[in-house]
Design a protein around this ligand. Structure first.
Ligand SMILES: [Zn+2]
Length: 359
């Protein structure tokens, strides 16, 4: 990573085995080995350089061992660019009621068939090494919001112990990644995740401990879990200066278009969120004129582009009236077109930030 710290954001290149990423970057979420409704060649044409896979989902179906036997996640999903897998921790966290946390790890029930599974930091690393994304994430516990101080402290203690175990196991086994020989012995990177709830001193303590452990990059997790945006901002502002300037900084699970721009301008390099893709499937488009609910009756005969200021393939070709009709009729193309536009809009936001930092 060659990073330039400038007021108003950092413009850098992140050199990963499969792709050099231009940062700041927004990463679409490809939960089950697909960015829902969008084929890989379309993602490429929109300029996507890195997408996420969800460890929890891929572990349950089709199974990390299957993906490993098929040559790893890049080859399985025919995505020769960069991939990042989460640790599985967040999905398990969102299964509240179906999980039981101990120092050793987390026992949870599959949302698919109710079967019982146990995830430890070591197991999360094994699954992520089998999947073989360019970037793997340490196994953490995402502290819920609101959480009182003793709960946040307890959660942080687990996250820091699990970070150490994740790193030790990853270092011992990273050479097993399936594509190692294709990339001159390069292996995956592992990022640590700063937790600490909404307590600035806990956040600072976590950041300092993780930096001592010397991860390849650092994420700020446990945000966008229902807290007011002012708190999100405060936590990011508190943690960023404590992270080493020469390594990537990733804020997980954010946000709206104005948020990702704001965080990028604070010096965040990477962000991911299901929002543009999930909202698209529900008919919510992000546009230069604000949020547009394409289901609204007033668009029934609207011949204008979804976003007249957008240059994406959907806005160049189709009308609001047509997109509304597809949604009303429950046509599969609806989710595809809406998602392509929203992703193009998010990528354009990041491109604008990058261009302003190039000057
Ligand atoms: Zn568009």
């Amino acid at each position: 990573m060659i990073a330039e710290t400038e007021p108003g954001g950092r413009r850098a290149q992140l050199h990963l085995s499969h792709q050099t990423i231009q940062t700041p970057v927004f990463m679409p979420v490809g939960t089950a080995g697909t960015v829902k409704a969008v084929p890989q060649d379309t993602l490429e044409s929109l300029g996507a350089e890195i997408i996420l896979g969800n460890t929890y989902h891929l572990y349950l179906r089709p199974g990390h061992e299957t993906i490993h036997r098929l040559g790893g996640l890049h080859r399985f999903m025919s995505w020769p660019h960069a991939l990042l897998t989460d640790s599985g921790g967040f999905q398990v966290f969102s299964l509240s009621g179906l999980r039981k946390v101990s120092d050793e790890g987390v026992r949870f029930r599959s949302h698919l068939d109710g079967s019982s599974h146990f995830f430890t930091p070591e197991h999360s690393m094994d699954v992520q090494i089998a999947l073989g994304a360019d970037i793997a994430m340490a196994f953490d516990e995402c502290t819920e919001y609101p959480a009182d101080r003793s709960r946040a402290e307890e959660s942080l203690r687990l996250t820091m112990a699990w970070a150490r175990r994740s790193l030790d196991h990853f270092r011992d086994h990273r050479n097993q990644v399936v594509w190692r020989n294709e990339f001159e012995g390069r292996t995956q990177s592992l990022f640590g995740i700063v937790q600490g709830g909404m307590y600035t001193d806990l956040r600072r303590e976590c950041a300092a401990r993780l930096v001592e452990m010397d991860f390849d990059g650092y994420a700020i997790g446990g945000l966008s879990v229902g807290e007011p945006r002012a708190l999100t901002l405060e936590m990011i502002a508190e943690v960023l200066p404590l992270l080493p300037a020469g390594k990537p900084r990733y804020v997980m699970g954010v946000g709206y278009p104005d948020e990702i721009e704001q965080y990028a301008r604070m010096g965040v390099d990477m962000m991911d969120c299901v929002l543009p893709t999930r909202a698209a499937r529900h008919g919510l488009l992000f546009t230069s004129e604000g949020r547009l609910n394409i289901k609204a009756k007033r668009y029934a005969e609207d011949q204008s582009a979804p976003d007249p200021a957008c240059n994406c393939p959907v806005c160049r070709r189709y009308t609001r009236a047509y997109l509304r009709h597809l949604m009303q009729a429950g046509e599969a193309l609806s989710g595809t077109l809406n998602t392509i536009h929203n992703l193009a809009y998010y990528f354009a936001v990041m491109q604008r930030v990058r261009q302003s930092l190039n000057a």
